[in-house]
Design a protein around this ligand. Structure first.
Ligand code: FMN
Length: 189
């Protein structure tokens, strides 16, 4: 638990440690995160996704179907945000940064073999996600799993902010991780 006595470093270590745990523990409250993008009309779009990897610092990884709406939105506007909430710890984490779509390469191939191929029906549907259908069963057709639309979304944070609820003594801090500026500081809740 982050307390008013925690140092900035201790507080951030605790927050980032929870993010790391969410990659490994399927029941972890940070496992399902809200990913926000901006669509072509400049409207915010949000959806729940599974956090698949975290490098311990500022890089987050998500899996998706490359034909999904969020991919087009990211290709059009790289700015995204992630939102996490740990109910037991009463801890919120907001992340903003830049997203890249990865559809090839060594890391991609390894992750497809390790995870994607095990749940191919998430990434090989015949109909692209979002296609209008007459009824739900029309969507239950899959390509063979070599014709995959599996892709990775890599998010590099340039700002993170946590809020620890704590009675009336809430605790809030931000971390700027831009190339030209790296800093962390307490801010008023
Ligand atoms: C618990 C839960 C976990 C989900 N995990 C993912 C995920 O890891 N990747 C993904 O693309 N969609 C995931 N989805 C589906 C998305 O929320 C969303 O409906 C879908 O990706 C289409 O979004 P889009 O049209 O904005 O691209 C998940 C949904 C729920 C409810």
């Amino acid at each position: 638990m982050i307390t008013p006595e925690s140092s900035l470093m201790e507080a951030w270590n605790e927050v980032l440690n929870e993010v790391g745990k969410a990659v490994l523990e399927v029941q972890h409250p940070f496992r399902y995160t809200t990913l926000a993008t901006t669509d072509k009309l400049n409207s915010p779009q949000q959806r729940i996704v599974v956090l698949r990897d975290f490098n311990g610092k500022s890089d987050f990884l998500i899996y998706t179907d490359s034909r999904s709406g969020k991919v087009g939105e990211i290709l059009n506007n790289h700015s995204v945000s992630l939102l996490f909430y740990h109910n037991e710890k009463r801890l919120q984490l907001r992340v903003s940064g830049s997203a890249a779509i990865i559809t090839s390469g060594e890391q991609y191939r390894k992750l497809w073999e390790k995870h994607g191929r095990k749940s191919p029906r998430s990434y090989t549907s015949v109909l692209p996600p979002g296609t209008e259908i007459e009824n739900p069963t029309e969507a239950y057709h899959w390509q063979n799993d070599e014709q995959t639309d599996f892709c990775l979304i890599k998010i590099e944070a340039d700002k993170m902010e946590f809020l620890q609820l704590n009675g009336i003594h809430h605790i809030r801090a931000e971390k700027i991780i831009r190339k030209d500026k790296k800093t962390t500081r307490w801010i008023a809740p």
